[in-house]
Each structure stands twice: as C-alpha cells, then as structure tokens.
Design a protein around this ligand. Structure first.
Ligand code: NAP
Length: 487
C-alpha cells in the first residue's frame, strides 16, 4: 500500500464472508453498515450472513479438520510466525483501520496490533511444544501413553472493544493446536478481523481452516451452529449476560467452552503505596481503551490517609487528557462505541451523584458529532451506587475511601465478577496476603496492566471459564487422550 489514507485502508479490506478460502457475498445479498464512532459516518457496508451462510462456514471448517489436524506442527508454527511478521509490517494501516471502526486513539490501536501479533509469535512457539506422557501403571504391568489432539472444529465469538487482539488470542492457539474454526467478529468492528483473514491466507493458512462470518443477527446465525453437533468447542469473549445464554446453548451438545466475560476490577491503594506509581497505574488501568476494557479499573478503593492526595493527583491527570477523534495526534480520550454506551455512562454517573458522589472533573457528555464522554473523577462514591456493581465501560474513575485491609478486601470481593484486581502497596507481606485473598483470576501488583500473551489471562466467578495465552492457552484447544498399554 502507498500513502495511508482513511478511504485507502477501508477500501483495501474484503467486505464479503470468508468461507472455505473464498470471499463470498451473503446468500441473501444483504449487507450492514460499519460506522466511525467519532463522526457517525458510514465507513462501508459488509456482508450480512444468514443462518445458511453460517452452516456453509461450519461445513468448510468440518471439511478441513482432518487434513489440518495432520499437518506437521512445524508447518503450523511457521504459518503463525509469518502472520506475526505480516501484522507487524502492516501495523500502521491496520491501526488506522481499527481506529476508524472502533474509535480508540491511533497509538493505542497500533499497540493492539503489536499485542495481537505477539499471540501469533507466542503460539508459533507453542505449536511445536505440545507434550504427552509415558507412565508405568501402578500395578507395574501396564503402561499409560498420553497424547494431546486437536479438539476439532471451533466456534469463536469476539467483542468490539479489542477487534484484533481478542480474535488473535483465540485464532493463534486454535491454529497451533490443529483446529479449524468459524469466527464471528462483533457487528460494530468486523473490518479488523476481515483484514486478519487476508493476512493469514497470505501467511499460508490452508482454505477452510479459518472462516469468517459477519452478521447483524448473531443469535440467529450462531445458535444453529452451536447446536449443530459438528462443532466441538465454543470460545467466547464478551459480556457475562451473553456468555450465560451461550453456555445454555452449549449444554445441548455438551460443547467444550472457554468464556472470557465481563469484569468489575477493584483498584486498591494502601497508605504505604508509592503514590506516583499508583496514579500512573490508575491512569493505565482506567484509561486504556477509553475505559472500554474488561480489565478496566471500575472501583478505586483508597486508604483514608492518602485518599485526598490520590484524588487530587488523579483529577489533575484526568482533566488534562486531550479528547477527540482517535486519528488526531495526541488524543487520549476517543469516542465511546455508540450512543447507548454514552447513555449508560451518563446513567451511572447520575445515579452515583444522586446518592452523594462528588464530581472532581468531567461528568458530562460532549456535543456531537460522535459519542464522546469527558474523562471523569468522582469521589465519595457510596458502596450501593450502581457503578460499584456494574461495568462502567467508559472514562469514569469512582473513588471510595477505606480504613483497613479487611474492609478493602471485603469491598473488592463484593461483586459477581472476578477478572482482575489491582493492588498498590509497598509492604511485601500485605501484597501477598491481599493478592491471595482477592477473588480474581489476575492481580496487577503495583502495576496497572496485566495483559501479556505469555501469561494466562482469565477470570473466576462470573468473569469466565478457562484461560487464554500463556502455556495453558493452547490446552483450551486440545483434548487429552490416553492409551492403555498392556505389556
Ligand atoms: P456482547 O454484547 O456480549 O457481544 C460480544 C459478542 O457476542 C459480539 O460478537 C456479539 O455480536 C455477540 N453476540 C451477542 N449476542 C449474541 C448471541 N445471542 N449469540 C451469539 N453471539 C452473540 O459484548 P460486547 O458489548 O461486544 O463487549 C463488551 C463485553 O465484553 C464487556 O462485558 C467486557 O467486559 C467483555 N470483555 C471481556 C474480555 C475478557 O477477556 N474477559 C475481553 C473483552 C471484553 P454483535 O456485535 O452483533 O452484538
């Protein structure tokens, strides 16, 4: 591609369904619009899959499974490695495409492309390390031979907030394990996934291994595939509400599931913490992705002795953040994904202030076009405010004060979610004690970002089932088989 232009990067992407290695229109001929959340303008139209198209995509994945499972791990590894290199070499154009469809600032979009690429590098390394075992049976006469095999055709569903990384985190290990797949990206951000399909093809992925269906009817298209009986696994990233529904559907054919669901991360600051580091970490944990992240700090609990100073410093940082279209240089606060997201944030802030919270900065929407909400800090947020139990998914930092460790841990754990918790303290014993007591799959200990392709990402309680990334990430796509041998 020559000079990067907005129309250039959008024009370069396939807008049809990707099934069996071919770009095909929807069987109904229908399309749906993809909009720029910063302007409300339509970027392009993409194919709107019907349930029949979903079945065709599953047919293709099922047809490709046996041959794909037999490919040498080294071959799968090298395809993944090439994808990693291609993603990095096209990071600028892919970042612009992502900013246009999702809104996040360009620098963050580029960061996501690099992060997504790392999953392909990590799983290119894991593909050739699938282990097994040989064990003497306790009676001494038999032997156990343990091997791991691909689960089989997988269904993958991803959200709009990380349009490339959430797909990469599933596709990478699925390819490494030898599984074929049908992926359904979010309706609001299908372009990054369509671009990834082209890159994987260029990297040498055989036809039918990855199939992409874009649709405005996610339930209508996915439910028949889930209940078809030929798919062996569903890997979902999205809200807990939709995850629950999908788990019920999976029960029908007892599909294996991986569920990366919602979060409500507490961010604990003890009075022995390095306050500069805590404020820096708070900015990362809150403002990454404009607050639209499952890992976003949703509740700040600060010990009384440092609460006012922490609030003052956080307010100073938040009120200085440039807001605007993500394509503009220096912008940190891009638009939220849609009007509903702005309405939800507005509702939660109004609820908190009606219950006694005070606004230190922000607290309002911004005149259109686009779906903007100001970076906001609230203090004196009562524990019964709705934002203490619901995902804010926007640039709002609610602060509450605590007096002792037990109170902080109890408040942090008082949620149905358990994805990530952040803890700032310089007391080693407290750090370990609190990390062990927090009901979360991940802890950011004196650090505001936990995501890393080499680490196991995932939640407990109603934040999900299973882990993505790390050495366990590939296991989500493998079945263990044991052969009993009699000597
Ligand atoms: P969502 O509404 O649950 O949607 C996620 C995906 O599911 C989208 O592709 C959506 O399609 C699809 N979907 C919706 N209803 C469906 C149905 N009945 N059957 C099959 N698929 C269906 O979530 P979201 O608003 O896109 O994403 C935000 C949520 O994701 C937050 O709760 C966030 O915490 C969570 N999240 C979790 C993680 C994690 O790793 N734990 C990471 C990122 C995000 P449409 O786009 O067409 O609606």
């Amino acid at each position: 591609m020559g000079e990067l232009t907005e129309t250039g990067v959008v024009d370069a992407v396939g807008k049809e369904l990707f099934i069996g290695g071919k770009w095909v229109p929807s069987s109904t001929g229908r399309t749906f619009a993809v909009e720029d959340p910063a302007t409300g303008q339509v970027l392009c139209e993409v194919a709107d899959a019907s349930p029949e198209d979903g079945r065709a995509a599953l047919d293709a994945a099922v047809a490709a499974q046996a041959d794909w499972a037999k490919t040498p791990p080294r071959e799968r590894s090298e395809i993944l490695r090439r994808a990693y290199e291609l993603l990095n070499s096209r990071a600028d154009e892919l970042a612009l495409l992502m900013t246009l469809e999702m809104g996040k600032p360009l620098a963050e979009a580029k960061g996501e492309i690099v992060y997504a690429a790392e999953f392909f590098r990590w799983f290119s390394e894991e593909a050739v390390r699938i282990d097994g075992g040989y064990q003497v049976a306790p009676n001494g006469a038999g032997r156990f031979l343990v091997t791991k095999q691909p689960v089989g055709p997988c269904l993958l569903i991803t959200p709009w907030n990380f349009p490339m990384a959430m797909g990469g985190r599933k596709i990478g290990p699925a390819i490494a394990a030898g599984c074929t797949m049908v992926i359904k990206p979010a309706e609001q951000t299908p372009l990054s996934m369509l671009a990834l399909a082209a890159i994987l093809t260029e990297a040498g992925l055989p036809a039918g291994v990855l199939n992409v269906v874009t649709t405005s009817d996610p339930g209508g298209v996915m439910e028949p595939m889930i209940k078809d009986g030929r798919a062996r696994k569903l890997s979902f990233t999205g809200s807990t509400a939709v995850g629950r529904k999908l788990l019920e559907q999976c029960a029908d054919k007892v599909l294996r599931t991986s569920m990366e669901l919602g979060g409500n991360a507490p961010f604990l600051v003890f009075d022995d913490a390095d306050l500069d580091a805590a404020v820096e970490g708070a900015m990362q944990a809150k403002m990454r992705n404009i607050g639209e992240a499952c890992t976003a700090a949703n509740r700040f609990y600060v010990q009384r002795g440092v609460a006012d100073e922490f609030a003052r410093r956080l307010t100073e940082r938040m009120s200085a953040l440039p807001l605007g279209r993500g394509t503009e240089p220096g912008v940190v606060v891009g638009p939220l994904i849609d009007n509903d997201a702005v309405a939800k944030v507005t509702e939660l802030v109004t609820d908190a202030t009606q219950r006694g919270a005070k606004v230190l900065t922000g607290g309002t929407t911004v005149d259109g076009p686009g779906n903007f909400y100001q970076a906001t800090v609230l203090t004196d947020v009562p524990r019964d405010a709705r934002m203490a139990s619901e995902e804010i998914f926007g640039p709002v930092a609610p602060i509450s004060v605590f007096d002792d460790e037990d109170e902080a841990v109890a408040a942090a754990n008082d949620t149905e979610y358990g994805l990530v918790s952040y803890v700032y303290t310089n007391d080693l014993k407290r750090a370990l004690r609190v990390s062990e007591s927090l009901e979360a799959g991940m802890i950011g200990l004196n650090q505001g970002i936990v995501s890393n392709p080499a680490a196991p990402f995932g939640g407990v309680k109603q934040s999900g089932l299973g882990r993505e990334g790390g050495t366990v990430g590939i296991d989500e796509f493998l079945e263990t088989k044991y052969v009993a041998v009699s000597l």
